[in-house]
Ligand binder design. Structure first.
Ligand SMILES: Cc1ncc(COP(=O)(O)O)c(C=O)c1O
Length: 393
């Protein structure tokens, strides 16, 4: 007996491996401050939780939730897109609820790629953009997101022979892990590029509501010609602090939405009804609490930036998402730096290399602990950095 060859080279999901190391260190008595994974620590607004509770208490809310979700949810998603982005969506053909966007991203590969096709994937980037293609026998061409290009891919550097076999491109802004935002001109250019090369543009926008310093993130569907080539994944995980409940959406190009719905209807049986009603409450209710929530992230971000700059570490001030991207000091690999920091201080961060080769030399901090815990993490980090002589403070 043996598992499929298809998964022989599939790496374990990076954070699954880290969990094992962390539980071992905890068992040895270490106080761990987790700044690695991006699971929001803050709760959603109270009416959202109440909608979930009310529905869960009703006797007729425990059956299957429907392959394309309930119509009121698709209508609520369309209404949110109209109000937030000025984008019109047909709830019947251009909206598909997802069990979190991770499954939508993985299943998009099944829906769109044949063996031998190429997916264009940002590096560093969310790991599922490439593991989805690997699982269906497709190949990945990485598009480096370089510091000197503002963490945008250089579309002109993609070789012609790659473009001939490429069938889709992933983009993600506000960006995980770098925190970068994409200028409107770049997004319009990406749409035009995908149209020219007959690529499906898969735009991943789970951080569109996690933005700072007055920045308002767009939807890709706001741009001219987008619906001809683009599908957007959006998620309530980070936008509305609902990561554990698993609810998200794919919207946009009708052919892509239909293909994804076909795949999903053969794999899952929809989203629990109380969760769908919770999402309706989240999307149609008062959104002003998101500003207050973002102010909490911004305060944490500022503690991190001040704490690391004090020891000479270069950090990139994020415009969006819930992370701070930083350059690891010279002489360290990302993995060695993160591991050394963890074992010496209990502060757990994500080495940039888990997001791809171009992430080497960097690391990511998640802003998902209280300000006081983050302050403590910075103190431990500073003490360690100065002890090791790597401190310019
Ligand atoms: C860029 C990006 N896309 C997608 C996801 C998946 O989010 P979810 O499956 O919770 O909707 C994440 C989660 O961290 C992410 O960072």
């Amino acid at each position: 007996m043996r598992p499929a060859q298809r998964i022989a080279n599939l790496p374990p999901y990076p954070f699954a491996r880290l969990e094992r190391v962390l539980s071992q260190l905890r068992a040895e008595g270490m106080d761990i401050i987790r700044l690695d994974i991006g699971s929001p620590d803050l709760p959603p607004a109270e009416p959202i939780v109440r909608a979930l509770q009310d529905r869960a208490a009703q006797p007729d809310q425990h059956g299957y939730g429907g392959y394309v979700g309930i119509k009121p949810l698709r209508v609520a998603i369309a209404q949110y897109y109209r109000q937030r982005f000025g984008v019109e969506l047909d709830p019947e053909t251009e909206v598909l609820p997802l069990i979190g966007s991770k499954e939508g991203i993985a299943n998009m590969a099944l829906a769109w790629l044949d063996p031998g096709d190429i997916a264009l994937v940002p590096d560093p980037g969310y790991p599922t953009y490439s593991t989805g293609p690997f699982m269906v026998g497709a190949q990945v061409h990485y598009m480096p997101l370089l510091e000197e290009n503002g963490f945008l891919p250089d579309l002109d550097s993609i070789p012609a022979d790659v473009l001939r076999r490429a069938r889709l491109m992933w983009l993600n802004y506000p960006n995980n892990p770098t925190g970068a935002a994409a200028p409107a001109e770049f997004l319009q250019r990406a749409i035009d590029f995908c149209r020219e090369h007959e690529l499906l543009l898969c735009y991943d926008a789970p951080y569109c509501e996690n933005t700072y310093d007055g920045y308002v993130a767009p939807s890709i569907l706001q741009f001219e010609g987008a619906k001809e080539v683009a599908i957007e994944m959006n998620s309530l995980s980070k936008s509305h602090n609902l990561a554990g409940w698993r609810i998200a959406m794919a919207v946009g190009n009708e052919t892509a939405v239909r293909a994804l719905a076909l795949v999903k209807s053969n794999i899952d049986s929809g989203i629990a009804l109380p969760i769908q009603h919770m999402a309706i409450a989240a999307l149609t209710g008062d959104q002003s609490w998101l500003q207050e929530r973002n102010a909490v992230y911004a305060e944490r971000r500022d503690i991190v930036i001040a704490g690391l700059e004090a020891v000479g570490i270069k950090v990139f001030r994020p415009k969006g998402a819930i992370y701070v991207w930083l350059r690891v000091p010279d002489g360290w690999s990302s993995a060695d730096y993160a591991e050394s920091l963890l074992r010496n201080t209990g502060v757990s961060i994500a080495p940039g290399s888990v997001f791809g080769e171009a992430g080497e030399g960097y690391a990511r901090i998640s802003l998902v602990q209280t300000a006081s815990r983050i302050r403590e993490a910075m103190e431990r980090w500073q003490e360690w950095a100065c002890k090791g002589g790597a401190c310019s403070a």
